[in-house]
Design a protein around this ligand. Sequence first.
Ligand SMILES: Nc1nc2c(ncn2[C@@H]2O[C@H](COP(=O)(O)OP(=O)(O)OP(=O)(O)O)[C@@H](O)[C@H]2O)c(=O)[nH]1
Length: 317
Amino acid sequence: MSTDARGDAPDHRSGFACLVGRPNAGKSTLTNALVGEKVAITSGRPQTTRHTIRGIVNRPDAQLVLVDTPGLHRPRTLLGERLNDLVRETLTEVDVVVFCLPADQKVGPGDRYIAAQLADVMRGRRGTPVVAAVTKADTVSREQLAQHLLAVDQLGDWAQIVPVSAVEGYQVGTLTDVLVQHLPAGPELYPGGELTDEPEAVMVAELVREAALEGVRDELPHSLAVVVDEIVPRTRADGSPRPPGDELLDVRVDVFVERDSQKAIVIGKRGARLRDVGTRARSGIEALLGSRVYLDLHVKVAKDWQRDPKQLRRLGF
Ligand SMILES: Nc1nc2c(ncn2[C@@H]2O[C@H](COP(=O)(O)OP(=O)(O)OP(=O)(O)O)[C@@H](O)[C@H]2O)c(=O)[nH]1
């Protein structure tokens, strides 16, 4: 795929990393520091991966793609539980996880909750490594930092522990080196670091997929892919915005199956099942987007999409 010769070099590495940590742990600031200012993230185009990309670290020897998670927190609602499932799924799919722990705050219950979740991820199918990043290292003394590193060490079985300061740029390069070590050999995933980014679309697709599979999981285990075509605010006939309180989002979604028989299953008799799927997915999407939604679902057949890399890419895998 890459037209860039360096991306095809035999010792080039590429893969995904994901930053987790309690609110205010310094994840966004660290992401920006890792990525630097060279990469612009364009938004508004259809997403090309299943997970939201926050930034790409491009080096001659590696491409590290930083993906977002909606936030790991103790679930309080069903949607929260769904989100946490999604988080865990993301965490098992990336090549390395970065657990951010701010140096200026004691290791607390929130960190221990995340550490327990990460223990599962490390023990999981792929044995995803977790690197602990002690963030905001500039805010404490050397002694405090040393103590904090010890506390973090006792919290779990981390692949490495790296103190960093995103603000001062301290050890940001070291952290990148450590993360790159955990990536598999491979060419650039995004040639030249170009990407599209559409946070909500990923979650909307997951909600539709979940609803579409409900009750028919045995019949359609992996033959269903969901692509969000667009999410646009409905305007009035003259193109002006609708009045406050009366906003409506048009959400157009394609559900791809492999065969006509599967299309029939998803749609159901006279479209009854698809209407159900739409109703269920819509309530989740409205909760997620915080707006009334008109959900437009289309079921399409994409033959053998699981075996066709071109189709797979088109479907966001
Ligand atoms: N001194 C110092 N402050 C930092 C550093 N990194 C982040 N901060 C500050 O810590 C606060 C939280 O940082 P964020 O990057 O927004 O944290 P986050 O984990 O993305 O937060 P959520 O979005 O709430 O999950 C901000 O006020 C940052 O300016 C650092 O390396 N040094």
